[in-house]
Design a protein around this ligand. Structure first.
Ligand SMILES: O=P(O)(O)O[C@H]1O[C@H](CO)[C@@H](O)[C@H]1O
Ligand SMILES: O=c1cc[nH]c(=O)[nH]1
Length: 390
């Protein structure tokens, strides 16, 4: 009964938020109608990506090889110009699951019988789904894999003239002295030598790029967790990013092992003593590359074991699946907040708003009509069923 009531309350809250967003949009449209045709058509500004390679402008077309997208066959501003969130995770299945989940969470629908289309399927490398303002991409395993994807996604953002997109990595990790199933939001990503850098070797010379993540974003994400209600902890701490799952993470169960169990224990205790809560394999590249492009970003990973207890992952698949969705739930809450939480706007002068001015909460950014409870439009990942398909 209690859970039914709280689920209804959540639905009502979401519907109210969506209606407020609709009302705000209607106000804008009414204003435009009043201003009539005198209003000039807005030219989209350039993207907000910083430090872009100047030679990109010489590429005609620019081919994003690993995504099978090219500027001569795709209208990037039309197709991707509305993207506000880019979510990345290791596997295609996770990202498809997230794309379907976030669709519902932000009030979008597809007709029954259609399914999401992988926009990068022709390249057979990464999966790419678009759902309204959310782009979801799988990045594979390790720094080189996520680095290639980030180069191409940032160029995609640049060509599409995207404005201030926020990037997330939603992953799994090995916790250190952390209850399995907990969610860790990374405060600082450290490499295998415990340096807060991502090393890129250019012309034989190692360049060290800082792995800066957005502190405010991490705090805001944490504020959206609710350990009592969620049933698990969400904590902020350092993440060790290794170049390998086995020896790179001091496991004793790889094909080779050059250290003793005592050395392993000492290493894990040493890093835990330095504030490291978990280990995974992409956070340094993700943090450094998004930082270089001036993109706000966060790494949110569930811990699937406590490395002080074991190396092998023995948790049943069903439980792992549920844990896998925990970072997704938190990130979805953030997106809902940004898209719909417009409770404190002063709507006293509104022509369509029925609230008596200001429940608390953050000002929300405007939601485009195509992002509200409507069928997805043409620039989304929609695949029509084949004749005869269910
Ligand atoms: O769960 P994902 O996103 O794949 O991330 C973690 O899992 C992989 C290793 O199993 C590494 O890529 C590590 O970073
Ligand atoms: O122990 C773990 C679990 C998931 N991913 C990792 O990189 N390490």
């Amino acid at each position: 009964m209690a859970s039914c009531t709280s689920s209804l309350a959540k639905d009502v809250g979401e519907l109210k938020a969506m209606m407020k967003a609709q009302n705000k949009r209607i106000d804008t449209l009414i204003k435009h109608i009043k201003e009539g045709c005198e209003a000039k058509e807005e030219v989209p500004p350039e993207s907000t990506m910083s430090n872009m390679n100047p030679y990109i402008e010489c590429l005609n077309p620019d081919i994003l090889y690993h995504l099978a997208l090219s500027t001569d066959t795709t209208d990037f501003p039309k197709m991707f110009g509305d993207v506000r969130f880019v979510c990345m995770g290791g596997t295609a299945a996770r990202m498809l699951k997230f794309a379907n989940f976030i669709m519902k969470e932000i009030g979008l629908k597809m007709n029954s019988g259609v399914k999401l289309k992988d926009l990068a399927e022709d390249a057979n490398r990464y999966a790419l789904y678009k759902v309204g303002p959310v782009l979801c991409a799988s990045h594979g395993i390790g720094g080189p894999s996520i680095s290639i994807l980030l180069h191409e996604l940032i160029k995609l953002m640049h060509h599409a003239k995207c404005q201030n997109p926020v990037f997330f990595r939603m992953g799994t990790s090995g916790g250190i002295n952390v209850e399995p199933g907990s969610v860790v939001i990374t405060s600082e990503a450290l490499d295998g030598q415990l340096r807060p850098v991502h090393e890129v070797v250019v012309h034989t010379v190692p360049e060290l790029r800082p792995t800066k993540l957005d502190r405010d974003l991490a705090q805001e994400l944490k504020s959206l967790s609710d350990p009592c209600h969620d049933g698990y902890d969400t904590i902020i701490g350092k993440t060790l990013c290794a170049n390998d799952f086995y020896e790179g993470q001091s496991r004793l169960d790889g094909a080779f092992c050059s250290y003793t169990p005592e050395k392993k224990k000492a290493f894990l205790e040493q890093v835990a003593g330095q504030g490291v809560l978990n280990m995974e394999m992409e956070s340094t590249a993700f943090a450094a590359i998004t930082n270089q492009a001036g993109i706000r970003s966060a790494v949110v990973c569930v811990t699937i074991l406590d490395r002080l207890e074991s190396d092998q992952i023995t948790t049943p698949l069903e439980i792992l699946k549920e844990w896998d969705s925990r970072p997704q739930t938190l990130i979805a809450r953030y997106m809902q907040k940004v898209l719909f939480d417009i409770g404190d706007e002063d709507c006293s002068g509104s022509e369509s708003c029925d609230c008596a001015g200001g429940d608390q909460a953050q000002p929300a950014q405007e939601v485009q009509p195509a992002q509200q409870a409507q069928p997805l439009e043409q620039n989304q990942s929609i695949e029509q069923p084949e004749p005869g398909d269910e």
